[in-house]
Design a protein around this ligand. Structure first.
Ligand code: PEP
Length: 251
């Protein structure tokens, strides 16, 4: 059985002091991790404070990005090796904002996935189509191509343990959620793609999140779908009460 995973993606928000206040407000009220895994992915500059504040609690910590080299002359980048040394569990890669604003390619994302595994962390691989692609009814081929490129050369064991986040770009930060049926349809397609690329066991193990204007009001409906194993949440993860409502959606 797949353990649901609800993850906040703070983007370029919060400073270390706000991070500590947030964790203090939520840490005693997080769900049992065997029922729901709670995760915050924060800017690199907040990770040290986040890890210290979350120590001994049920909160997992993730980064929002990293580079695919561990060290060297790569000014401004974040080392996956150092993230691991800091006690980081997850790294988001391939978010549509990184693909769009920072020109991250499928090849970069594949290299980052391998570097994250080499450093004993778990990638959360984002995929998703633009409004234009959906209006042309090409969303499935688009997302399947992103998944195939991101997973190139990864083993079945690695794929079993990673997380995929399906995030239609038209639903991110717009207040416009994909319907739970649209979200389920694509998450199912992703799982079938993994079955074709690997095998049934790997497809059954991989956790697939939906992201795009997830909030306390719609999380339960989305999580009731058989192929949706979690949410990647931007705006609604910034407020402690809202984050607690999301991770405690089973109550
Ligand atoms: C995101 O940050 O990945 C996201 C889905 O944002 P929002 O929940 O604000 O739409």
């Amino acid at each position: 059985m797949r353990t649901p995973i609800i993850a906040g993606n703070w983007k370029l928000n919060m400073n270390p002091e706000q991070t500590t206040e947030f964790v203090e407000a939520v840490k005693a009220k997080l769900p049992d991790p065997s029922k729901v895994e709670s995760l915050i992915c924060a800017p690199a500059v907040d990770l040290d404070a986040l890890r210290k504040a979350a120590e001994g609690s049920n909160l997992h910590i993730g980064a929002e990005n990293c580079y695919f080299e561990d060290e060297g002359a790569f000014t401004g980048e974040t080392s996956p090796k150092v993230l691991n040394e800091m006690g980081i569990d997850y790294v988001i890669i391939g978010h549509s904002e990184r693909r769009g604003y920072f020109h991250e390619t499928d090849e970069d994302i594949n290299k980052k996935a391998k570097a994250i595994f080499a450093n004993n962390m778990t990638p959360i691989i984002c995929c998703g189509e633009s409004l234009e692609t959906r209006e042309a009814n090409k969303q499935e081929e688009w997302v399947v191509a992103q998944i195939k490129a991101a997973l190139e050369g990864l083993t079945a064991e690695q794929v079993s343990s990673l997380v995929i986040a399906y995030e239609p770009i038209w639903a991110i930060g717009t207040g416009k959620t994909a319907s739970s049926d649209q979200a389920e349809e694509m998450c199912k397609t992703i799982r079938e793609t993994i079955k074709d690329l690997y095998n049934e066991e790997t497809a059954e193990n991989v956790r697939i999140q939906y992201g795009g204007s997830v909030k306390p009001a719609n999380v339960k409906e989305l999580m009731s779908k058989p192929d949706i194993d979690g949410g990647l949440v931007g705006g609604a993860s910034l407020d402690p009460e809202s984050f607690l409502a999301l991770v405690n959606y089973q109550d």
